[in-house]
Ligand binder design. Sequence first.
Ligand code: TA6
Length: 280
Amino acid sequence: QNPSHFPQSDVVVLERGEGTRVVVHLHGATVISWTCSGEEQLFLSSTSVFDNKKAIRGGIPVVFPNFGPWSLGPQHGFARIKRWTVAIPPMKDKNGDVIAAFSLEDDEETRGMWNFKFKLVYTLQLSEKSLVSSFVVHNTDKTDFEFTCLLHTYFRVPDIANTSVQGLKGLTYIDKVNDGKEFREEREVVTLTENYDRVYKDAPKTVVIQTAPTRRLQLSTCNLPDIVVWNPWEDKAKKMADFDDDGWRHMLCVEAGKVVSPVVLKAGDKFDSSQTFTLL
Ligand code: TA6
């Protein structure tokens, strides 16, 4: 995902050097690329639309204030399809890590759907082998509000057949492919051989994603207790114009969120959450 493919006004690049870089598209503050020593870690559909209207198909879409279908507005809320502001331009800290922050505040359009005042602050910290995404929701209104939120990460995998997630054993999951029925995960190593759309409840703070035979990523979370595992598989991917036909073989969504029950945020309070990817 070469940043030069995009209008410079639309993307912000966190350049750490030696092939370690993050590219953020201001549409939804969507991380569209995270390369570690030259190797791309995220999936971005080759038919993703970049019209600053539709959600980007891939990278890390930010889901707020609602995960899933929403009676008040678009599926997965409006955060991923709004233009965010650069709150802190990329800067290097003393360790050579690169930090940048993005913000989104309520406006007439968001209040027309969801009539609350809020401010989101999304901070990225890129180290040699890890990427920390911190997601903070400020209730700047005079009344409490509730929301669900999630970081909808599309990991890039050479082959979904050689991909797995470890650390989910014993968890209850909501199976959205099976009428939302709940089941218990019995496997230590979760592999996929068909369309998965599962919400694992109260997951451990750390899970390991084997994205390739020689590449393992650790996902650690704070205040994001639910983990969604999604791959549309062949038939569903074919029905999505912005999902290239073969793309489903090369991606796995492992998404940290607070989605099973909403966050209730009091007027003036803030909700802190984060996810950390570490290459093992
Ligand atoms: O995170 C899984 C999911 O909720 C699936 O149900 C599927 O809808 C996916 O999100 C993508 O949603 P989108 O609106 O981006 O097509």
